[in-house]
Unconditional design. Structure first.
Length: 164
């Protein structure tokens, strides 16, 4: 009986270990918005408008923490929402997604993560969502991941074009 109990406990422990340990009730994951040209480019005019739209759309989402890579375009994507909510944007290393997930797991409430086309699919999967394809020209889709739910909702941002 004791051996069987230990086997069951070991199996349960293994099953629990594969589940994402994310405390945040909802995690919003977005690729930085449209960028200008250059080595560490800022957002383009369209990207800046969409960053404002992102702030408006997520202002009442219960976000308690915002994470972005230290690139200018990622930080500029996150800043309008951070300013509106009185939050600081926490920089993370895109080469260490495990550390990012650990930081998100400490959030009591919702969180926003701003990443890149080559990191967003992995982040969504690490949070327990179904992996999402993302191309180099894909901008403005916010992936909404809820722990324990593999279905990933999407919010598409589209600022109105500027009139000249």
């Amino acid at each position: 009986m004791g051996k069987l109990l230990l086997t069951v406990i070991a199996a349960l422990s293994a099953a629990i270990a594969v589940q994402p340990a994310v405390a945040a009730e909802t995690v919003y994951v977005v690729r930085h918005l449209q960028k200008a040209e250059g080595a560490d480019p800022p957002l383009s005019t369209e990207g800046a408008a969409n960053a404002q739209l992102l702030a408006q759309r997520l202002a009442n989402s219960g976000i308690k923490a915002i994470f972005a890579t230290p690139t200018r375009r990622a930080m500029e994507t996150a800043e309008p929402l951070a300013k509106a909510l009185g939050l600081h944007v926490t920089s993370y290393d895109p080469r260490d997604p495990a550390a990012l997930i650990e930081a998100v797991s400490a959030v009591n409430g919702a969180a926003l993560i701003v990443g890149h086309s080559n990191t967003v699919p992995d982040i969504v999967a690490r949070l327990g969502g179904t992996a999402v394809p993302l191309g180099e020209q894909d901008y403005g889709t916010v992936f909404v991941v809820k722990p324990g739910n593999a279905e990933v909702e999407q919010i598409v941002l589209k600022a109105a074009p500027e009139r000249g």
